[in-house]
Write a protein of this length. Structure first.
Length: 100
C-alpha cells in the first residue's frame, strides 16, 4: 500500500525558505504570488494487513521522525493503485520526464 505524506510548518511558524521563494517569484515577475510555504513530501510503500494498521504506523512514523510535532503539521493520503505521476509522461528513475 503506497502512502503520500505532506509535512508543513504550523500556522504562525516562520518559514524563511517559503519567504525566500516568494521574493524570488516576485523578482521574476510573478506578482500575484501571495504566500509560499515550503514543506516535505514523502511516498512510502508499506506491507500491511489492514488500512487501519497502516494509518496507525504512518502516524507513529510522522510523530517520531518525519515531522516535528512542535512546529509542523502533517497529513497523508493513500495512493490509488491506478494512479500515475502528474504529467503526460512517466517519470524515469531520476525523477525527470523521459526524453521524447
Amino acid at each position: 500500500m503506497r502512502v503520500k505524506i505532506f509535512v508543513l510548518f504550523k500556522d504562525g511558524v516562520l518559514d524563511p525558505q517559503g519567504k525566500a521563494v516568494e521574493r524570488s517569484l516576485h523578482t521574476l515577475g510573478y506578482q500575484e504570488v501571495r504566500d509560499v510555504r515550503m514543506g516535505k513530501y514523502f511516498e512510502i510503500e508499506l506491507q500491511a494487513a489492514s488500512r487501519q494498521g497502516v494509518e496507525a504506523r504512518i502516524r507513529e512514523m510522522c510523530d517520531k521522525l518525519l515531522a516535528n510535532p512542535v512546529i509542523e503539521d502533517y497529513r497523508f493520503e493513500f495512493q490509488d493503485e491506478k494512479s500515475r505521476p502528474v504529467g503526460d509522461q512517466p517519470l524515469t528513475k531520476t525523477g525527470l520526464k523521459a526524453d521524447s
